[in-house]
Write a protein that binds this ligand. Structure first.
Ligand SMILES: *[C@@H]1O[C@H](CO)[C@@H](O)[C@H](O)[C@H]1NC(C)=O
Ligand SMILES: *[C@@H]1O[C@H](CO)[C@@H](O)[C@H](O)[C@H]1NC(C)=O
Ligand SMILES: *[C@@H]1O[C@H](CO)[C@@H](O)[C@H](O)[C@H]1NC(C)=O
Ligand SMILES: *[C@@H]1O[C@H](CO)[C@@H](O)[C@H](O)[C@H]1NC(C)=O
Ligand SMILES: *[C@@H]1O[C@H](CO)[C@@H](O)[C@H](O)[C@H]1NC(C)=O
Ligand SMILES: *[C@@H]1O[C@H](CO)[C@@H](O)[C@H](O)[C@H]1NC(C)=O
Ligand SMILES: *[C@@H]1O[C@H](CO)[C@@H](O)[C@H](O)[C@H]1NC(C)=O
Ligand SMILES: *[C@@H]1O[C@H](CO)[C@@H](O)[C@H](O)[C@H]1NC(C)=O
Ligand SMILES: *[C@@H]1O[C@H](CO)[C@@H](O)[C@H](O)[C@H]1NC(C)=O
Ligand SMILES: *[C@@H]1O[C@H](CO)[C@@H](O)[C@H](O)[C@H]1NC(C)=O
Ligand SMILES: *[C@@H]1O[C@H](CO)[C@@H](O)[C@H](O)[C@H]1NC(C)=O
Ligand SMILES: *[C@@H]1O[C@H](CO)[C@@H](O)[C@H](O)[C@H]1NC(C)=O
Length: 564
């Protein structure tokens, strides 16, 4: 409603007569001075107004305000005493304006102000005692300005400050003097700057610092981590920097660290002592680096580790006992490496596993899944083995997993068919549900099959249930796939026409599940090969070279009732 060009005022009086809010948009200076009953106002929001300049004493009439926002209004200049009188103000936001310099803007302390938001302005420098009139500040937001310079003692007097946001600025280095005196600082956001260098005593007085964000900077060394001020750090984000290696014992002073994000760096090796000292670490992320080697024992000190992400690296092998001491592990993410083998004892010590992600590797054998610790709860376990090179695996051990992704592997067609005649639970995923088509008039080309390899050719399998359709007489052929290329036998049923254009360079096999009822005693299978390349040579639109072979299939799971 207040967005209508004509109606600029919206007064919202809440039920309590003492609490009232006013929101104004698209206003100007004159309109603000016309506001009446200002003694009732506790919250004033001015947005998208035209207020380039605020003069001295502008807000004196609003001395009951607790909450003041002046945003998106082109504000570029505040007189030195323009905030005078706001003695009860707790929250002040001047974000999204054009402020280029920062002063105290008040002749006396704004003793109630705890939260100041100056984000998205044009500040380029913080000068001495900029904040001296805001002694109670707990949160200071200077995000997305152009700050490249912080003078000594800029934050002087902010002894209650807990959260400081300086992300999205142009800081190139952190000096020892920047954060001096911020004794209660608990979180500091410095991400998305251009920080190359951090002086050794930068955080010396910030002994309460729990969370430090340094991601998206240009750091290549982590020497600064060993200073006393960072001993109680819990969250550390170093993602998207230029780290190439982790020096031995570089984290040895950060024994309270729980979260460490090293993703998107240039780390190439994980050495034995690189992570030592991280006794409390629960989440480690080294994804998107160039790690091609993890040495024995490199994770040994991480006894509290719950989650490990080393995806998107260049690993080919892993030490057999890599996780030997990480007995609390719940999530292991090793996706998108070049890992060829997971040793079967590797995950034997993990009793709490819930998530194993190995997609996008070169694994050809999943026997390690049979050797998981007996106490792992398989009903809550999620395993992703998609995009590997598995040819076959022992499905019976996987049927009770919460979810297993087996899409996009190098399945042998024979293994696939033999196993998938059984009804698999939905938790076993081969890229698409293994739906049985039981309506022959359905457009079978709209059904995508499951890919497999047979005789060096990529194929796709579709399963058809023709139990409802009259059977052609079948001689009991001997389980041999026999088809005559030169003289294909005619299709036994009225087949749907298959425009094979969609199956580039691979063939389609259609497996026909003859009858679900017979499925448990012995199956009759028909399979058809449609070779697209041959068809193209013939230049025919219609499907002529259809090879049909009849295979009698032994049931892989015998129904006890029908067993004779
Ligand atoms: C402020 O806006 C009102 C209404 O839009 C207009 O009548 C008035 O002239 C404006 N004052 C200034 C100083 O621009
Ligand atoms: C004010 O302008 C900003 C950006 O121009 C826009 O995102 C926002 O929705 C506007 N707010 C109001 C209340 O008009
Ligand atoms: C803010 O400053 C920028 C650059 O100086 C200018 O382009 C823009 O028009 C100013 N915005 C307002 C609302 O004055
Ligand atoms: C800032 O402090 C540092 C160390 O305390 C000192 O060396 C430097 O001269 C000071 N800079 C200014 C401008 O006062
Ligand atoms: C670290 O920062 C990146 C952005 O630079 C973010 O995507 C990631 O979630 C952060 N990590 C943690 C653990 O918060
Ligand atoms: C990071 O490593 C990659 C591969 O080794 C290299 O191509 C790239 O130039 C490196 N980047 C930096 C900033 O060192
Ligand atoms: C690790 O970091 C990457 C990149 O920031 C992110 O995509 C991924 O989700 C993180 N892993 C975990 C387990 O949070
Ligand atoms: C498959 O797994 C089951 C259960 O884990 C086991 O009993 C069986 O011996 C395994 N079969 C093969 C061929 O390894
Ligand atoms: C897929 O399996 C076939 C044989 O079944 C083998 O010739 C081929 O090299 C395998 N491809 C990959 C990428 O492992
Ligand atoms: C089979 O599919 C066709 C076309 O999709 C549909 O018209 C017909 O009703 C279906 N028959 C049965 C028995 O589902
Ligand atoms: C079957 O699907 C193909 C490809 O989607 C389409 O071109 C064709 O018209 C469909 N045929 C029928 C009978 O729906
Ligand atoms: C089979 O498909 C894979 C992946 O799409 C491809 O890399 C490979 O070359 C194909 N092989 C043949 C024989 O077409």
């Amino acid at each position: 409603m207040y967005l209508l060009p004509g109606s600029l005022l919206l007064l919202i009086f809440s039920f309590s007569p003492r609490l009232s809010c006013l929101q104004l948009s698209k206003c100007n200076n004159t309109e603000v001075t016309l506001i009446r009953k200002t003694e009732l106002l506790t919250s004033l929001t001015l947005s998208n107004c035209t207020l380039p300049h605020v003069e001295n004493g502008f807000f004196v009439r609003f001395d009951h305000l607790l909450h003041l926002e002046l945003q998106h209004s082109g504000l570029s200049d505040l007189d030195d005493f323009s905030l005078n009188g706001l003695t009860k103000l707790q929250y002040l936001s001047l974000s999204h304006n054009n402020l280029s310099s920062l002063r105290s803007w008040s002749s006396e302390p704004l003793g109630a102000l705890t939260n100041l938001d100056l984000s998205h302005n044009m500040l380029s420098k913080l000068s001495v005692k900029s904040f001296e009139q805001y002694p109670q500040l707990q949160q200071l937001d200077l995000r997305y300005n152009r700050i490249s310079q912080i003078e000594n003692d800029s934050f002087d007097g902010l002894s209650h400050l807990k959260h400081l946001y300086l992300n999205g600025n142009q800081l190139a280095h952190i000096d020892g003097s920047f954060f001096r005196g911020l004794h209660r600082l608990s979180s500091l956001s410095l991400q998305h700057n251009r920080i190359e260098f951090i002086e050794m005593d930068s955080f010396e007085s910030n002994t309460h610092l729990r969370s430090l964000r340094l991601d998206q900077n240009l750091l290549s060394s982590l020497q600064f981590l060993s200073q006393r001020g960072l001993a109680r750090l819990v969250h550390l984000n170093l993602s998207s920097n230029l780290l190439q290696k982790l020096e031995p014992f570089v984290f040895s002073k950060n024994f309270e660290l729980q979260d460490l994000d090293l993703s998107y760096n240039n780390i190439t090796k994980l050495n034995k002592e690189a992570l030592s000292g991280l006794d409390s670490l629960e989440r480690l992320n080294i994804s998107h680096n160039y790690v091609d080697k993890i040495y024995d024992e490199s994770l040994d000190s991480l006894i509290a580790l719950l989650q490990l992400d080393i995806s998107f690296n260049l690993l080919t092998t892993l030490p057999d006992n890599l996780f030997h001491f990480n007995t609390q592990l719940e999530e292991i993410i090793l996706a998108n490496n070049k890992i060829e083998e997971i040793s079967s004892q590797m995950m034997f010590n993990q009793n709490h596993l819930r998530y194993i992600k190995l997609s996008g590797n070169a694994i050809s054998d999943a026997a390690f899944l049979d050797r998981l610790s007996p106490s792992v709860n398989r009903f809550t376990l999620y395993v992703d083995l998609s995009s590997n090179r598995l040819k076959s695996l022992n499905l019976s051990s996987l049927l009770h997993f919460r979810y297993i992704n087996l899409a996009d592997n190098n399945w042998s067609c024979n293994w696939l068919v033999a196993n998938l005649v059984q009804k698999l639970p939905n938790s076993v995923n081969f890229a698409r549900p293994w739906t049985v088509i039981n309506n022959l008039s359905e457009n079978t080309t709209n059904v995508e099959g499951i890919d497999c390899i047979e005789g060096g050719t990529n194929r796709s399998i579709i399963l058809l249930d023709v139990s409802g359709v009259p059977q052609p007489k079948s001689d009991n052929c001997d389980c041999v796939v026999a088809y005559d290329e030169t003289n294909p036998s005619p299709p036994p049923l009225t087949w749907p026409k298959i425009p094979t254009d969609r199956f580039d360079s691979r063939s389609v096999i259609i497996w026909m599940l003859v009858a679900i009822a017979i499925a448990f005693s012995g199956l009759r299978w028909l399979r058809r090969f449609v070779d697209r390349n041959e068809k193209r040579k013939l230049g025919q639109k219609m499907l002529h070279n259809v090879y049909v072979s009849k295979v009698q299939w032994q049931a892989i799971r015998t129904d006890p009732d029908q067993r004779s």
